[in-house]
Design a protein around this ligand. Sequence first.
Ligand SMILES: [Zn+2]
Length: 61
Amino acid sequence: MELQTTSARSECPECFDDIQLEAVMQNEIVQCAGCGVDLEVIELDPVTLELAPEEEEDWGE
Ligand SMILES: [Zn+2]
């Protein structure tokens, strides 16, 4: 299975800040530098960002 990545500029759906994506994969979670929200890359062509579902993750630290 080939992992496709792409680099593109997109926009935060929450605060409309510019987000520079570097070699992101589909379903990757990125964080908006403007508002700090987690965004999921739901599409690579064209790059589409959507608010990631909020999950309480236990990182076990
Ligand atoms: Zn934002």
